[in-house]
Design a protein around this ligand. Structure first.
Ligand code: VGL
Ligand code: ZN
Length: 197
């Protein structure tokens, strides 16, 4: 049974000094690099927004970063501008190994955000990752990266729902923790059948 490592959004903007810095985001890089050799396949995701993306507070008059808004597809947290395509902030952390099999970009459509590596935030538009994995016979996934309570959580929950055997290695993740979002993500992942290691 091929087992893939899914490395979520280990990008400069999510590391200290970045536009949407996750506390300790850079600390997980050595552990992730060391894990890569233990998997049959390594897949990296990259948050990849056009300038003026609808998830940016700066695109909404009168809104501030971390405010909540209502999108046609449901509630959406508004973020500081981050991971803009082609900028240094969107690049992977410089020490992260990028010799994986696939780099999957997400969040590239202006009108919709994509936390999950499987579905955009309308929870129906596929990224194609499910097809890539199943076509390669991969049925087991381990997730690491940023942020535990947003992109890692949504990716893990979707993967479990799709029938993959899913483990999140918590020591190789870091969280944003907005208003209890980490605790909520942990219980939702457990409820979805994700193994938290
Ligand atoms: C993420 C907020 C906005 C993440 C991406 O990678 O967890 N969080 N865009
Ligand atoms: Zn984003």
């Amino acid at each position: 049974m091929p087992h893939a490592l899914l490395v979520i959004d280990v990008q400069n903007d999510f590391c200290p000094g970045g536009a949407l810095a996750v506390p300790g985001g850079d600390e997980i890089v050595p552990a992730i690099n060391a894990m890569m050799d233990d998997f049959d396949s390594v897949i990296l995701t990259q948050d990849w927004h056009p300038a003026g993306h609808s998830s940016f507070a700066s695109s909404h008059a009168g809104k501030n970063p971390f405010d909540l808004t209502e999108m046609p597809y449901g509630p959406q947290v508004l973020w500081p501008d981050h991971c803009v395509q082609g900028t240094q902030g969107a690049e992977f952390h410089p020490d992260l190994r990028t010799d994986g099999d696939l780099i999957l970009r997400k969040g590239f459509r202006s009108s919709i955000d994509s936390y999950s590596a499987f579905f955009e935030n309308d929870q129906t538009t596929p990224t194609g990752l499910q097809g890539y994995l199943t076509a390669r016979g991969i049925d087991k996934l381990t997730l690491v990266g940023l942020a535990t309570d947003f992109c890692v959580y949504f990716s893990a929950a979707d993967a479990a729902r799709l029938g993959f055997d899913v483990t999140v290695r918590m020591e190789a993740c870091r969280a944003i923790d907005l208003d209890g979002s980490l605790a909520a993500a942990i219980s939702a992942m457990r409820a979805a059948g994700v193994t938290l290691a």
